[in-house]
Design a protein around this ligand. Sequence first.
Ligand code: HAM
Length: 425
Amino acid sequence: MSIQIPRGTQDILPGQVEKWQLIEKKARELCEKYQYREIRTPIFEHTELFHRSVGDTTDIVQKEMYEFKDRGGRSVTLRPEGTASTVRSYVENKMFGYATQPVKLFYMGPMFRYERPQAGRFRQFVQFGIEALGSSDPAIDAEVISLAITLYKELGLKKLKLVINSLGDKESRNAHREALIKHFEPRIGEFCSDCQNRLAKNPMRILDCKQDRNHELMQTAPSIIEYLNDESRRYFEKVQQYLTALDVQFEVDPNLVRGLDYYNHTAFEIMSDAEGFGAITTLCGGGRYNGLVEEIGGPETPGIGFAMSIERFLAALDAEGVELPIDEGIDCYLVALGDEAKDYTVSLLHKLRLAGFKAERDYLDRKIKTQFKAADRLQAQFVAVLGDDELKVNKINVKNMSTGEQTEVELDTFIETFKGFCHHA
Ligand code: HAM
């Protein structure tokens, strides 16, 4: 039997890959405008990093990590997300000492989670994410959220829903934690064994349980919003004020908890509201993680960021019927008739390309008609036909494929003349 691709992964083939490239390009351009700079970290890290940052009681760490022993017996893990690595690198490279603050970073690359594959859920997926470290100005929270929304909108998505919540500071969270324990403890026996473990360790995680999500106690659980202290409440209000100033619409959802442990204050998700999008509608998730840098061994530093997968971005575009403006087609296809002409097109093609044109020729010794078909398939704007006879008299015939117009031009100066025909380069 032939070998097949692993479940939950995909090959991105020519035809599709142009869409990925366009999204990546737009994301990079936007990051430049917002002044986020790219960081590239390894695909695998010491397993301990994710235990400490994403959290021991999360599904990601408990059930979804590609964790293995390397040949030296060390436990390493394929990164399930990008924040942990970014913060590790921030600490390791002492970015808190950079002259430019806050430190604004972005990343784009594959992440790995051993989840049950379904529409929108892959085992290897590509995240584009940003992290702003070193500022606790609510204006940066609004900026981070607005960057994500702007990217989606610039590429044509309209049916978006932004939900935000505040998970408060430590004091607020402790008060909420006590309330949650009081709420769940008497009937914790009715919950799954994971939730039973979570009760003492991290009761907020119970709210994120997939298995028990329909239990009646879930609906009546105390929400963090009620337990925000004055400072946390004020912070949250400021974030909302700034979002409004940026013309970003949002809903407050007091039940939004997120699946990773490092969050406090602002948490948010952007969903697709498009009909028929499927069960998993979250396109982007993020939030503030003051305290994470310390947890990883750095100085007290606030941080906030988001991540979105390109896979779900594309699914949302599909669901809304948005066609990305992919630049297809080539500028010139060279058709050669006769051996000498064929030889000549080898260097002529090279010159066209050096002049900046997208150009191609036949490599299969095909008949002229078939060469024209090949040119059509490549959506060539122009076809230049060179026969042995033309070659002798220093001519080449250029056909504009959209108007059908044909022009005979001097072969010597063809590249220069072609620049006047085709403005692509
Ligand atoms: P997350 O909510 O786990 O957050 O993932 C963020 C996004 O990654 C999701 O909204 C979704 O677009 C994508 N994603 C996650 N899992 C999959 C999957 N199995 N298949 C396809 N796409 C997926 C984080 O990862 C945080 N690090 C975000 C963050 C950055 N928070 C602060 N900074």
